[in-house]
Design a protein around this ligand. Structure first.
Ligand code: ABU
Length: 463
C-alpha cells in the first residue's frame, strides 16, 4: 500500500542516504584520484548483470558505494580535465529534492511552483547578459541548446520549412573553424547539410575573423545561396577564445542574419563585473546558449537557451497534445515551447545555489577561477621547460613541456591516478589543456599538478 511505501521512506531512507553519502565522501577523501583502468578490466571487477531475485535496500546501498568507489572523481582537486569540475553543496541539495519529488517540467499541473523557479532564473540570467524581455528554456546540455537555437533561426528565415520541408534555396550557416562540434552535428540533424556550414578561419588567438565571414557571406549570396545564421562562440572548447561579437553583430544586422552566441562555456563571465567585458556585444544576440554546469559547478546538465524575441520558441516547437496541456495558462506550461516532452527539473539545483551564494557569491566563483588560472599561468611562465601556448582568455590553460608528448603526459597521469588533465590540438600541435573549473582547488593543488606533469614528462615514455 502507499502508506507502507511511505513508511519505508520515513524509516529507512534518511539513514540509507546518510550511509551512502558518508561512505562515498569518505572514500573520495581517501582516494581523490583513481588509476584509470580499461573497460575490460572494469567489467571483470564489477557484477553489473540484472538478475532475479532483487536485493534489499541495504544491499543496493552497498552496491552503489562499491560502484562509486570505482568511478572517476570529477569533484576533487585532482580533476582539471573538462570544462566543469567541483561540487556545490546547495546545488546538490536542490538536486536531491528534484529527484525526490520527480516533477516533469512540462506543465503547471505536474510541476507547479517549480515552473516559476525556472522562469525566475531565466529572467535573472537574461538580465545578466542584457537580454531582458527575452524568452528561454532549459535543455539537457549545450548541444541541445545550440540545436534548438538553430532550429528557431531556421524557422525565422524559412517559415514554411517546419511544415513543408526544405526550401529550394540553399540555406547556409557560418561558424568559426573552432566552434563546438554540436554546430556541424546540428546542421546535419536539422537537414541543413553539414557541407552548408561554413567553417570560417580564425585569427592567431582562435577568434572567428569577421573579414573572412563577410567575404564568405558575399560569395555565397553571389552563388545563389541563402545565408541565414552565424554562430559566434564565447569561450571555445580548447583555447577559450571569444569571437568578436560587436563586429559579428554588425555584419549580422547588415546582412539580416540570425546571430546565435554559443556561450555554453563563456557566458558565465557575465556574472563578474571584472570579466564580463569579454562578452561585449552578447546583448545583440538573437539567441544564446549558456551552460551553468560548467563554470558555475551545478550538477550536469544545466543548460539554458535564451531567445531575444518572445514567441519564437513556441512558434517553432509547439505541438498539440490534449492529454498533456489540459489546464492553466500557457505561460506556465513550458512543454509547449520545449524540445523535450518529459523533462527533469534542472532549474532547482541552480536556484538553490544562487539563493545560497547570491549574485556576489556567483561572481566570486567566476573570479576565483580566474585567480587560479593566473596562478598556473605564472607558474608555467616561471618554469623554463614549460611553454604557454598563448595568454589564456578564459580558464583553460594550454601549454607544452619541452621534449614531451602532451598526450603521453596526460595518459600517464591518468593511468597513475595522479590527476585527470586533457590535451587538445592548437595550430596542429597537441597541447596540455588544464581547466581551472573548480574553485575549491587551490594554488597548492595547481603547483602539485605542475610538479607531477614535469615529473611524468621527464620519464622516458613521455618523450
Ligand atoms: N561542451 C563540451 C565540453 C567538453 C570538454 O569539457 O572539453
Amino acid at each position: 500500500s502507499s502508506s507502507a511505501a511511505s513508511d519505508v521512506y520515513k524509516r529507512q531512507l534518511p539513514a540509507l542516504v546518510q550511509r551512502l553519502l558518508e561512505q562515498v565522501l569518505a572514500d573520495e577523501a581517501a582516494h581523490p584520484g583513481l588509476p584509470q583502468v580499461s573497460a575490460a578490466e572494469m567489467e571483470r571487477r564489477l557484477d553489473l548483470e540484472l538478475t532475479d531475485p532483487g536485493r534489499s535496500l541495504e544491499q543496493v546501498v552497498d552496491e552503489l558505494v562499491h560502484l562509486a568507489s570505482l568511478t572517476p572523481r570529477t569533484t576533487t582537486h585532482r580533476f582539471f580535465n573538462q570544462l566543469f569540475a567541483g561540487r556545490n553543496e546547495a546545488a546538490v541539495l536542490g538536486e536531491v529534492l528534484a529527484a525526490l519529488q520527480n516533477v516533469s517540467m512540462y506543465t503547471w499541473k505536474a510541476a507547479g511552483p517549480q515552473i516559476l523557479v525556472e522562469q525566475a532564473l531565466l529572467r535573472h540570467l537574461a538580465a545578466k547578459v542584457g537580454l531582458e524581455g527575452s524568452e528561454g528554456s532549459f535543455q539537457a546540455g549545450g548541444s541541445l541548446s545550440n540545436l534548438v537555437a538553430l532550429h528557431v533561426a531556421r524557422g525565422e528565415a524559412f517559415p514554411a520549412w517546419r511544415d513543408e520541408g526544405p526550401p529550394a534555396a540553399r540555406p547556409t550557416l557560418y561558424a568559426s573553424a573552432e566552434c563546438h562540434y554540436s554546430v556541424p552535428k546540428s546542421a546535419g540533424l536539422l537537414g541543413l547539410g553539414r557541407q552548408n556550414l561554413r567553417r570560417v578561419e580564425v585569427d592567431e588567438a582562435g577568434r572567428l575573423r569577421p573579414d573572412l565571414l563577410a567575404r564568405a557571406v558575399t560569395a555565397d549570396r553571389e552563388a545563389g545561396r541563402s545565408p541565414f545564421a552565424v554562430v559566434a562562440t564565447a569561450g571555445t572548447t580548447v583555447r577559450g577564445a571569444f569571437d568578436p561579437l560587436p563586429e559579428i553583430a554588425d555584419l549580422c544586422a547588415e546582412e539580416g542574419l540570425w546571430l546565435h552566441v554559443d556561450g555554453a562555456f563563456g557566458a558565465s563571465l557575465a556574472l563578474s563585473p571584472r570579466h564580463r567585458s569579454r562578452l561585449e556585444g552578447v546583448e545583440r544576440a538573437d539567441s544564446l546558449t549558456w551552460d551553468l554546469h560548467k563554470m558555475m559547478g551545478v550538477p550536469l546538465p544545466c543548460s539554458v537557451l535564451l531567445v531575444r524575441r518572445p514567441g519564437r520558441l513556441r512558434r517553432e516547437l509547439e505541438e498539440e497534445a490534449t492529454y498533456l496541456f489540459q489546464s492553466d495558462e500557457d505561460r506556465v506550461n513550458p512543454g509547449l515551447e520545449n524540445l523535450h516532452c518529459g523533462r527533469r527539473n534542472d532549474a532547482l539545483k541552480l536556484w538553490a545555489a544562487w539563493r545560497r551564494h547570491g549574485d556576489a557569491g556567483m561572481a566570486g566563483r567566476v573570479e576565483r577561477l580566474f585567480e587560479l588560472t593566473a596562478h598556473v599561468v605564472a607558474r608555467i611562465e616561471a618554469t623554463p621547460s614549460l611553454r604557454l601556448t598563448e595568454p589564456p582568455p578564459c580558464i583553460n590553460v594550454c601549454f607544452e613541456v619541452d621534449g614531451a608528448d602532451s598526450r603521453a603526459v596526460c595518459r600517464r597521469l591518468d593511468e597513475e591516478g595522479t590527476a585527470k588533465v586533457g590535451w587538445g590540438m592548437v595550430k596542429g600541435r597537441a597541447v596540455i589543456r588544464l581547466v581551472c573549473a573548480n574553485p575549491e582547488a587551490d594554488e597548492a593543488d595547481l603547483d602539485r599538478l605542475v610538479d607531477e606533469i614535469l615529473r611524468v614528462a621527464a620519464e622516458p615514455a613521455s618523450g
